[in-house]
Design a protein around this ligand. Structure first.
Ligand code: PLP
Length: 398
């Protein structure tokens, strides 16, 4: 079959590939511990789910305006603005089915053929995909492990060109859990202002932080008019399957994105938006409780990983991912992830699923019970110890 070029480079997200293989093993009777898929293991808060159910029963099952219900746009503008110390007009808010449309559609609206777009590598696979579909040139920016996986700013400066149009940031990050420090954000902001560039700031994990808030680049001087904030309900409110997210951007761009929504998805489910309204307006206690719980799980997982010879793992500051360096084990991350699934029955993702610079790392999601994490650790440790001892025994004696 012949396809258009714009879809020829698209590949499946690594998480789904590993998940499918893990399911095959389960079907064959194996017990697998799932640390691959990045979604909360807790249910949607009861009061939010109930608001959605009530909305369906009350007949809120029809089309709504493409950019979202006025009530939700208003509420998001207030809540997202207050949390970032900014003022947003509801006309700047575009609601979509998940936050992915708030990444994809602004990219489609801004990137012209041949425009270069910088994005973090390792990074969320959708960034490269959306750049390519938009006809842009993906320019991966390496991250620096020693600086909590923030942008390697020397590489960033070197990779800038006259064709650079857009910079994608993701802090806290998937897959590293790193949070960009203010100094790095200021560096990127200065470049964006100087060169008149756009920034997409993917802040979907902004509420899942463990030690300090993650600052938004949008709050830096002169950045509001060139930044698209992408955020949503999936991770914060455990609503991945509801499909609800938003972008906040300059009004003229929001109008273009609204047209893209009109002609693609039409609108976001009305009852889902009513549930989202309740998520923002209602008690935030479930969010606070889950952050406390993720912190406990993070500490268990990272301590356990660091106790394995050949593994070193920085403490993630946000999101729910640990990204241990496993280069010392001498295997490709792809091989290692596959081996850990087959041999130890633990599903993890290879760092290379997040770009070439993810090689030498694994991603483990700690949105899973402490019991499961504690069950996974000895299995991982044993499989990795066996690898190291077989590597040592293969070395020629001096
Ligand atoms: N951005 C990042 C960094 C993510 O990890 C994800 C989901 O895994 C998304 C965006 C998309 O989330 P959703 O479309 O469910 O809001």
């Amino acid at each position: 079959m012949v396809f258009a070029d714009r879809v020829n480079t698209l590949v499946q997200e690594g998480a789904y590939v590993v998940f499918a293989k893990a399911q095959e093993l389960e079907a064959a009777g194996r017990t697998i511990i799932h640390l691959e898929i990045g979604q909360p293991d807790v249910p949607t808060p009861e009061h939010v789910a109930q608001a959605g159910i009530d909305a369906i029963r009350a007949g809120h099952t029809r089309y709504t305006l493409p950019a979202g219900t006025p009530a939700l746009r208003q509420m998001v503008a207030e809540d997202a603005g207050r949390r970032r110390g900014l003022h947003f007009d509801p006309a700047q808010v575009v609601i979509g089915p998940g936050s992915k449309p708030a990444l994809f559609f602004p990219t489609l609206a801004l990137v012209r053929p041949g425009d270069e777009v910088m994005y973090p590598d390792p990074g969320f696979p959708t960034y490269k995909a959306m750049i390519e579909v938009a006809g842009g040139v993906p320019v991966p920016v390496p991250l620096k492990e020693a600086e909590d996986f923030s942008f390697d700013l020397d590489a960033f400066d070197r990779l800038l060109s006259a064709r650079t149009r857009l910079i994608v940031l993701n802090s806290p990050s998937n897959p590293t859990g790193g949070v960009m420090p203010p100094s790095a954000l200021e560096h990127v902001a200065a470049v964006a202002r100087q060169r008149d560039l756009w920034v997409i700031s993917d802040e979907i994990y902004a509420r899942l932080v463990y030690d300090a808030p993650a600052p938004s680049i949008a709050a830096l001087p002169g950045m509001l008019e060139r930044t698209i904030i992408c955020d949503g309900f999936s991770k914060t409110y455990a609503m991945t399957g509801w499909r609800l997210g938003y972008g906040i951007m300059p009004k003229a761009l929001a109008e273009r994105v609204e047209l893209l929504l009109t002609h693609s998805v039409g609108c976001t489910a009305t009852f889902t938006q009513i549930a989202g309204l309740e998520a923002i307006q209602g008690t935030q206690e479930p969010v606070e409780a889950v952050v406390r719980e993720y912190r406990r799980r993070r500490d268990v997982l990272v301590a356990g990983l660091n106790a394995i010879p050949g593994v070193s793992c920085r403490m993630p500051q946000g999101a729910f991912y640990a990204f241990p360096n496993v280069a010392a084990l001498g295997k490709s991350s792809d091989w290692l992830a596959d081996h850990l699934l087959e041999d130890a029955g633990v599903a993890v993702l290879p760092g290379s699923a997040f770009g070439g610079n993810g090689e030498g790392y694994l991603r483990l999601c700690f949105a899973n019970s402490v019991e499961n994490i504690q069950a996974a650790l000895p299995r991982l440790a044993q499989a990795m110890r066996e690898l190291r001892s077989s590597a040592v025994s293969r070395q020629p004696s001096a």
